[in-house]
Write a protein that binds this ligand. Structure first.
Ligand SMILES: Cc1cc2nc3c(=O)[nH]c(=O)nc-3n(C[C@H](O)[C@H](O)[C@H](O)COP(=O)(O)OP(=O)(O)OC[C@H]3O[C@@H](n4cnc5c(N)ncnc54)[C@H](O)[C@@H]3O)c2cc1C
Length: 464
């Protein structure tokens, strides 16, 4: 019997999946396939935490497909060769997928589309992972936006995002053999560092919905201020689910479609807008993770790598930086405000190239995202679009005093400091070095000196 192939990538869900929907409408069995493609040129290999997530997400999706009577086929290899083989095996006459927006990914997809059309197969791609296609939102003169606010205003003036599609009630799949997920070795071994991730997250569509309902069930009330406080669960924590497409931005948007127009709802929607903006930046700047968006930063003199190991391990002597880096290591996620503070510390106080920090986040974040990660690193570094001005250097002490005044977040992730009161923000000021904070490092750099050094380096770049 003729079948259709649905090639899943960053859209590991059955609901609101336009490629799957289109295949099902043809009325034939559907071969749902995920290809672990480590061969097509230019694709960025997944980091460790994202690989862990992918394993569990595929496992969850496989279970879901089976519960509906179908199957998820897993194959490893170059996507073109794998899809060609699958067409032969299953006799499929159509290949459908949801669009992705990175440069190398688009090149792979374009090649597959031409091949499929040459073979006389039906081939079609769909909008599923962004609310607004990057080319759809343009400035008056026809180019991409470089500043967030007018970009987001233009999005809000465009037709409102469509309603999400329902999940299929049943699936039937042709008998295409699947590889053994365990043999892909996506999980860490020797040592297995994933215990904290497993305790924090439930990868998969069900886990994504649990988060969304937990968060939006209360109408996002209080989000605008709670999202700033790392010691409380004030944001949605949907980022890894959105990253892997276990939930779509259309589904998240729908939850708020009829919400009252509060400041909380406005701010939350605008965070989804930042995601759109970052992807639009990547679409028009495929080398966003490796090249300064503002080329004048090519002449910036970085200082080397001194302090990098302490930063990665959360042993800089600055409690907010250390708490953030340890949260990242333990849970694969870090609070947004703390991401800004830790990134600023690396780039400005240690004067280490933003690309070094971006790579570490890429390896350790469960939500490591090809657009959001480099765009935000460049935003902090000052080299990006609509970037934070270079002279804005986050002071980790001021930041923790303001956003974690009682020190709850610091205590949770830096247990050596748990016994401290107000001094928790500046433990180096304690007179008694043998007290409760003994063993916690002294600051590895002076904030004032390194701030001046960063501003001098910036001035040299501007004038040089
Ligand atoms: C240095 C640095 C690196 C970052 N790397 C990533 C990354 O790899 N992946 C990632 O998804 N986000 C990244 N962010 C953005 C942001 O920190 C996370 O999206 C956010 O913390 C996720 O938590 P949440 O889902 O609870 O967000 P919420 O506040 O609930 O926001 C909802 C969704 O909006 C999107 N969003 C929120 N803030 C941003 C933002 N600043 N830029 C783009 N999208 C945003 C995310 O998809 C998020 O899930 C980075 C930020 C910084 C400063």
């Amino acid at each position: 019997m003729v079948s259709s192939i649905v090639w899943l990538r960053d859209d590991l869900r059955l609901a609101d999946n336009p490629a799957l929907d289109a295949a099902l409408q043809r009325g034939n069995p559907v071969c749902l396939v995920y290809v672990l493609d480590e061969e097509s040129p230019g694709l960025r290999p997944l980091g460790g935490a994202a690989s862990w997530w992918l394993h569990h997400s595929l496992e969850a999706l496989g279970r879901q497909a089976e519960a509906l009577g179908g199957a998820l086929t897993l194959r490893r290899g170059g996507a073109a060769a794998v899809l060609q083989a699958l067409v032969e095996e299953t006799g499929a006459d159509a290949v459908f997928w949801n669009r992705r927006y990175g440069g190398p990914e688009r090149a792979v997809d374009a090649g597959i589309k031409s091949w499929a059309e040459e073979q006389g197969l039906a081939a079609a791609s769909f909008q599923a992972n962004l609310l607004f296609e990057p080319w759809q939102i343009q400035t008056g003169s026809g180019g991409p936006y470089k500043v967030f606010s007018p970009f987001w205003r233009a999005c809000l003036e465009a037709p409102e995002p469509r309603k999400p599609l329902e999940a299929p009630p049943a699936l039937s799949s042709p008998g295409a053999g699947s590889e053994d997920l365990a043999a892909w070795h996506l999980l860490p071994r020797d040592p297995d560092w994933s215990g904290g991730l497993a305790a924090t997250w439930q990868p998969g569509e069900q886990g994504a919905w649990a988060r969304l309902e937990d968060f939006a069930g209360g109408g996002v009330e209080g989000y605008a201020s709670a999202r700033e406080r790392p010691g409380v669960e004030g944001s949605s924590r949907l980022s890894p689910h959105l990253r892997f497409g276990e939930i779509s931005p259309f589904q998240v948007w729908e939850e708020l479609r009829h919400a009252p127009e509060t400041e909380d709802a406005r701010v939350f929607r605008s965070e989804l807008g930042w995601r759109e903006f970052c992807w639009q930046l990547l679409y028009f700047n495929p080398q966003l993770a490796t090249r300064n968006y503002r080329p004048e930063f090519d002449g910036f003199s970085w200082a080397g790598r001194q302090g990098l190991a302490a930063w990665k391990r959360g042993r800089t002597g600055y409690p907010l930086v250390d708490a953030g880096m340890r949260q990242l290591w333990q849970t694969g996620w870090m609070h947004n405000r703390v991401r800004m503070a830790t990134a600023s510390f690396l780039v400005k106080n240690l004067l280490i190239d933003w690309r070094v920090g971006e790579s570490w986040f890429w390896d350790t974040l469960v939500d490591a995202d090809a657009a959001n990660n480099p765009a935000n690193w460049q935003w902090v570094a000052g080299s990006g679009a609509d970037a934070s001005p270079y002279f804005r250097i986050f002071n980790p002490v001021t930041q923790s005093r303001k956003f974690d005044a009682a020190g709850d977040y610091l205590r949770r992730y830096v247990p050596e400091l748990a016994g401290l009161g107000k001094q928790i923000h500046e433990p180096w000021k304690l007179a008694d070095k043998t007290g409760p904070a003994a063993g916690y490092p002294e600051p590895i750099v002076d904030l004032g000196d390194t701030r001046r050094r960063a501003l001098d380096a910036y001035d040299r770049m501007k004038n040089g």
